[in-house]
Design a protein around this ligand. Structure first.
Ligand SMILES: Nc1ncnc2c1ncn2[C@@H]1O[C@H](COP(=O)(O)OP(=O)(O)OP(=O)(O)O)[C@@H](O)[C@H]1O
Ligand SMILES: [Mg+2]
Length: 217
């Protein structure tokens, strides 16, 4: 479904050159659950942003169902993300001036009747039913993380990209997130999840390891 072919990403900052990804070839099949592990700075978020067409690779190809995403226009990439992807960012990217409920509804591109009820259900499952009218600044970090997960799941994307979605959570709430992810996966969803910790509770189909921008065996 998704392929990276010899992808490289170089960040040029002042006179400094950082090779964040080097020669990455990775195939992700439909319905697969892939864990991406590696130390801080190894390129995990960069890899996920590349899969999500949010950054352009410096070299190589990115294909989704055979389509060359890296060659698409910015507009086409935006449409691709909206139609097919759910994304939980490491820094959440919630809209600060909107309530929890409104933030989750933002995940739905085309609003339909019943969306608000679905959003409330997701928020209840993630134990946020008493925070619907809060703004992100009024929430704990772990609560923001759960709002971001609800926002990603509400549109039932073909592929969900999650960057450390349990990083700030206690065991019980991390469990809720992982259960929600597993259920999405069981129903046919494709997951690529980044973590630098060991996640005992999750049963991934495959784990890939990054070290200094390279995939290691
Ligand atoms: N926009 C950017 N401009 C310049 N350098 C960047 C940029 N984004 C990331 N980098 C650098 O690229 C490397 C990989 O960063 P990345 O965020 O992918 O790491 P990571 O594996 O997700 O780390 P962490 O576990 O800490 O989140 C790092 O050395 C980082 O400093
Ligand atoms: Mg990261």
């Amino acid at each position: 479904m998704m392929e990276l072919l010899q992808v490289a990403k170089v960040y040029q900052k002042n006179s400094h050159r950082i090779a964040a990804l080097e020669n990455i070839t990775l195939h992700i099949s439909r319905g697969e659950f892939v864990l991406v592990c590696g130390p801080s700075g190894s390129g995990k978020s960069t890899l996920l942003l590349t899969l999500g067409a949010m950054i352009q690779p410096s070299a190589g190809a990115v294909r989704f169902n055979g389509r060359e995403i890296h060659r698409a226009t910015e507009k086409e990439r935006t449409l691709f993300r909206r139609q097919h992807l759910g994304f939980v960012f490491q820094m959440f990217n919630l809209l600060p001036y909107m309530t929890v409920l409104e933030n989750v509804l933002m995940g739905q591109v085309l609003r339909q009747p019943g969306d608000e009820a679905t959003a409330r259900q997701w928020l209840e499952r993630l134990h946020l039913q008493d925070r619907l009218q809060h703004k992100p600044s009024e929430l704990s970090v772990g609560e923001c993380q759960r709002v971001a997960m609800a926002r990603a799941l509400i549109k039932k994307p073909q592929m969900l990209l999650a960057d450390e979605p349990t990083g700030n959570l206690d065991a019980a709430n991390a469990g809720q997130i992982l259960t929600a992810l597993s259920e999405y996966h069981r129903q046919g969803g494709t997951v690529v999840m980044v973590t630098h910790g060991s996640i005992g509770a999750i049963r991934a189909d495959r784990t890939v390891y990054l070290e200094q921008g390279k995939l290691v065996a």
